[in-house]
Design a protein around this ligand. Structure first.
Ligand SMILES: Cc1cc2nc3c(=O)[nH]c(=O)nc-3n(C[C@H](O)[C@H](O)[C@H](O)COP(=O)(O)OP(=O)(O)OC[C@H]3O[C@@H](n4cnc5c(N)ncnc54)[C@H](O)[C@@H]3O)c2cc1C
Length: 483
């Protein structure tokens, strides 16, 4: 028997390690059983929105196994003990899993490797949650790319592998109570735990259904039309024309090969060069995901440290009231507030707005990017360390952005440009429902009297953007050691 230890690859199809593609020792004679472990160290890092999404995904994965006569064992305990004990008790010849690149995951996996080795069980980690193994797309001198553009070109040029089919019934093992009454069996949960049983509250946000079936439906809907206007419209949050697949990708409900193949089919069906270019732009976002995965793999310390080195420490401000106003969506900057409220209501935020709110926190409020990263980590159901960290550090000018520290978004002009009719803003900020878009986009310069007349319950701006822009520039100049 073989065990496939699922972590952030909660699917059967396009899961090469699960079906043993390229895995030495995975033969037709070694049917596979799935295993998922609720590890206290991982739960310590969890938050309700993504845990709720993950529980739903596990429920669906378990159903998919059972439909085929297989089983997903669900356990609670330290990964290294559970995986090794279950493998030993089932007399498993091999344990497979999909490689994970954060520092914490790598430490955990090293411990599991050691425990399996001590128990005499073979193990194999497959690099399958990205197309190209981190560290294989490099500069000519063999270093990982620090700038996306060059990485992206090579990423697009590389051949992509094809997706694998889900395992057939004959490839799946049934465990049939073999662990009952054993020490390993003590770790197993017969039912999936609830959020409450795991020690978490219900999320504040409405979280979407998490299943491979739903991911595929979403992908089909997207590839039928929105992918062709993605290039032009992806920055306009009111349009909702992006794929909304981030949560499904973060938890591996859909594999990257299947997703890419589907976009290639959409490219083949495109009716113009513009449409083909739009598909390419979508694929470019998939490359961003792999770029940030590579950054995290290369520099696991970025989770807490700046990616970029400044001469002096950046003197971030400490202003709990301003942070609270930002979290509540009460800064008096409408596009920022709409984004922050979308985050709380949906556990999601549109990418353009993520950039705007991140720039606002770090460059208008001068608050350390780690505060924003942690808030997103708590509230996003699609949180993943590489993308969240990459996005925050990019916005804070501490990351991989090729533009220097003086990229500072003006939240008013961003709102006017990307939400001209204030449709997105009004969707999330009901106090502004009856306010004309022109007034909304001038809110920072509107007199108190006019503000009270239009939207008495909506706050005025908590900071003056022009002043804060100058303060941010000085803060970065001091950090750079400029005179
Ligand atoms: C401050 C900040 C924090 C972010 N945090 C996360 C996060 O925790 N999890 C997350 O998946 N994405 C994060 N992103 C990236 C991006 O905002 C989301 O992936 C995107 O909004 C998800 O919506 P979508 O699936 O409709 O994206 P689409 O536009 O349809 O893109 C398709 C996929 O490409 C990937 N992608 C798109 N944009 C980016 C990007 N800029 N960087 C990396 N990958 C990208 C995602 O996997 C996404 O699902 C963050 C961006 C910023 C600026």
């Amino acid at each position: 028997m073989r065990i496939h230890w699922h972590r952030q690859d909660l699917r059967l199809a396009d899961n090469p390690a699960l079906v043993g593609r390229g895995v030495e020792g995975a033969t037709a004679e070694t049917p596979v059983v799935g295993l998922f472990v609720f590890d206290p160290a991982v739960l310590d890092e969890a938050a309700p929105p993504r845990l709720a999404f993950m529980l739903d995904a596990l429920d669906s994965l378990r159903a998919n196994y059972r439909e085929r006569g297989g089983e997903l064992l669900v356990a609670r305990g330290d990964s290294e003990t559970v995986v090794a004990d279950v493998a030993a008790e089932l007399d498993a010849a091999l344990v497979t899993w999909a490689a994970d690149y954060s520092g914490l995951a790598r430490e955990r996996d090293a411990a599991v490797r050691q425990a399996l080795s001590d128990a005499g069980v073979d193990r194999h980690a497959e690099h399958q949650e990205v197309h190209h193994k981190p560290g294989t797309i490099t500069t000519n001198s063999g270093d990982p790319y620090k700038v996306f553009t060059y990485f992206s070109k090579k990423w697009h040029d590389r051949q992509k592998e094809s997706a694998t089919e889900p395992p057939a019934a004959a490839d799946l093992a049934a465990v049939n109570g073999r662990l009952d009454g054993t020490a390993a069996g003590e770790f197993l949960l017969s039912e999936l735990p609830s959020l409450g049983e795991l020690g978490f509250d219900q999320p504040e946000a409405d979280i979407p259904t998490a299943s491979t079936e739903r991911a595929r439906e979403r992908l089909d809907e997207f590839c039928a039309s929105d992918i062709y206007r993605y290039g032009d419209r992806r920055d306009y949050p009111a349009d909702r024309c992006t794929s909304r697949l981030s949560g499904y990708l973060s938890y591996g409900l859909i594999g990257v090969r299947e997703l890419y193949e589907r976009t290639e089919q959409a490219r083949a069906a495109a009716e113009s060069e513009d449409e083909r270019e739009s598909v390419h732009e979508y694929q470019d976002q998939l490359a961003w995901r792999e770029f940030y995965t590579q950054v995290l793999w290369d520099r696991p310390d970025v989770v807490t440290n700046n990616y970029k080195t400044y001469e002096n420490p950046i003197e971030w401000d400490d202003n709990p009231e301003a942070v609270q106003a930002w979290k509540n969506g009460e800064t008096g900057y409408p596009i920022v507030d709409a984004g922050m409220r979308q985050l709380r209501e949906e556990g999601y935020m549109h990418n353009r707005v993520r950039m705007i709110v991140a720039s606002f926190l770090t460059k208008d409020l001068l608050i350390d990017w780690r505060v924003g990263y942690n808030w997103f980590r708590e509230k996003l159901y699609d949180h993943n360390t590489a993308n969240n960290n990459g996005g925050w550090q990019w916005a804070a000018s501490t990351g991989t952005d090729a533009q220097p520290y003086f990229r500072i978004f003006n939240p008013m002009t961003q709102g006017e440009r990307y939400d001209p009719d204030a449709e997105y803003i009004k969707r999330y900020v009901p106090e502004l429902t009856d306010t004309p878009a022109e007034v909304i986009h001038e809110w920072h310069e509107t007199s108190l009297g006019t503000r009270k007349m239009h939207a008495p319950d909506y706050p005025g701006p908590i900071v003056d953007h022009s002043e804060r822009r100058e303060a941010a520039l000085s803060m970065f100049e001091r950090a750079r050691g400029d005179d």
